[in-house]
Design a protein. Structure first.
Length: 507
């Protein structure tokens, strides 16, 4: 650990904790699990996983991407048997780490990873609408948000107190960015997100005193508008919150199937988030995917044993960590410790924080992930980069992370095929010596034979043509046969054809 980063890591850890707390609660709610299970998973992700991980800025905890799977599993198995599935999924993840399967997402194009970040940024912006307007309901996707009756009520039931706190909170974040106040020697010790939380608490207390009609509470018009966590007053309360797995269900086929599903989906989400977090890392460090799978596996075993939700590395908290100045694993560890201490001893104080202030912090993170500059940069790189990026981003917004990424990969593959069908080779000429080199692309199929034949026949008479297949990984069997015939025919027209890197025709 580097001493020069301790101060910034501690501050970043506290900020990540403030963002993680409502997310842990919301994901537990969306999963149909006890609220405390999300907090347990957040604590274990911050402390246990961090101890075994080598991800410098990644933060782990319960993931929204598993909410549907978890909800279904709890309904089918019951909570104790579901916890057994979580434990088994951890064992499977450790096995995957030892099998060195952490390389899988290294094969994904960077445009897909960047699209994932942008898509998550856009989703954050849209799904915070209820918190901004004083109607706090966690929505997994934009589509789900607008499929519910709540969407049509957004503006008709808008709470001015919540919107005012959000607007001023977001303005504070923008002012810090615009004037670079985080670099001010007096303000850098309390970065913008902390000022936002402090402002939110005192603003709401002020509203309670001077304008009660605009104040926020835990149950405002049937919605939660401030942080709401269980208040722990004694050790007996802790015991009542913790649940244990049903070990007798260990050989149940449904439990094993759920464990396999959680381990596969959770591992893919983790590895994708690792790639994205490494891209965000200002120090450009790289995470060992195999070691990360083992760390997540250990975390899931512990989480399942004490009643927590499945754990993955999560990009929203990781991105918040980076934007808050986190540099080492200490920030993630501090987030976990702070979650544990505050839930245990300061739950009443935490319940004073308006969700509108936390929505401003999340919206700011989403804005940075999906800014206009990010889209412009990808547009400049051309359609082969921009289209997979955009398809991934908006696929995630419309569906979920795994489906969006799948759509992005599919679009990349289609573009790749189209590109190579249309561009099976490149022609380099040296007209001074009447020599032309035709360099074949990586994949040349029989569909390209007519185009290659036409290119050779259209070259000037009395010239030398070198067909270079040394860069090709795949050459259809018809290509060498076609070239052999073409050599003889070209010779009759005084065109000399040579073949390099072509099976059976290297002369």
């Amino acid at each position: 650990m580097q001493n020069r980063y301790i101060k910034s890591d501690i501050i970043a850890g506290v900020i990540v904790f403030l963002v993680a707390l409502p997310l842990c609660l919301g994901i537990a709610l969306a999963s149909g699990a006890p609220l405390i299970s999300g907090i347990i998973a957040g604590i274990i992700g911050g402390i246990i996983v961090t101890l075994f991980s080598n991800s410098s800025i990644g933060v782990s905890g319960p993931a929204a991407g598993l909410a549907v799977i978890v909800f279904t599993a709890i309904q089918q198995l019951g909570y104790p048997a579901f916890l057994m599935a979580v434990v088994l999924s951890g064992v499977l993840q450790i096995s995957m780490g030892y099998a060195k399967l952490g390389f899988i997402t290294k094969l994904f194009p960077k445009s897909i990873i960047k699209g994932m970040l942008a898509g998550i940024g856009i989703s954050i912006i849209f799904t915070q609408g209820s918190n901004i307007l004083g109607m706090a309901e966690i929505k997994a996707t934009v589509t789900q948000a607008f499929q519910t009756n709540d969407a049509g009520l957004f503006f008709s039931t808008m709470h001015m107190g919540a919107f005012m706190i959000f607007a001023i909170s977001f303005a504070i974040l923008l002012l810090f960015d615009h004037f670079k106040l985080n670099q001010n020697r007096f303000l850098k010790f309390l970065p913008a997100p902390l000022w936002v939380v402090i402002f939110g608490i005192f603003a709401n207390l002020g509203l309670e005193t001077f304008a009660p009609a605009y104040a926020l509470s835990n149950t405002l018009n049937g919605f939660i508008t401030t942080v709401s966590i269980p208040v722990i007053s004694s050790f007996n309360d802790v015991q009542s919150f913790i649940q244990f797995p049903d070990f007798t269900s260990i050989l149940n086929s449904a439990v094993l199937g759920t464990a396999i599903l959680i381990s596969l989906v959770g591992s893919i989400e983790t590895l994708l988030c690792v790639e994205a977090a490494d891209d965000l890392d200002p120090l450009q460090r790289k995470t060992n995917g195999n070691k990360e799978l083992k760390a997540q596996g250990i975390g899931n075993i512990v989480s399942g044993l004490v009643g927590g939700l499945p754990i993955t590395q999560v990009i929203v908290r990781s991105a918040t960590n980076v934007s808050s100045g986190g540099k080492t694993r200490l920030s993630s560890f501090v987030h976990g410790i702070t979650l544990l201490v505050c839930v245990g001893f300061l739950s009443a104080t935490l319940n004073l924080i308006p969700l509108a202030s936390l929505a401003a912090i999340l919206l700011h993170v989403g804005y940075k992930l999906a800014s206009a500059e990010v889209f412009k940069a990808h547009i400049k790189q051309g359609k082969y980069v921009f289209i997979p990026f955009a398809v991934t981003a908006f696929g995630i917004v419309a569906t979920d992370m795994l489906k969006g990424i799948s759509l992005g990969i599919l679009s990349h593959m289609i573009l790749y095929v189209v590109h190579h069908v249309n561009n099976p080779f490149q022609i380099h000429s040296d007209q001074d010596i009447d020599t032309y080199r035709i360099v074949l692309s990586k994949n040349v199929s029989f569909f390209h034979s007519w185009k290659l034949k036409q290119a050779v026949e259209n070259l000037p008479l009395a010239s030398t043509v070198i067909v270079d297949g040394s860069q090709s990984f795949f050459l259809d069997r018809k290509i060498p046969k076609m070239l052999a015939t073409l050599k003889v025919k070209a010779a009759n027209n005084n065109v000399h054809v040579e073949c390099v890197g072509i099976p059976y025709l290297d002369h």
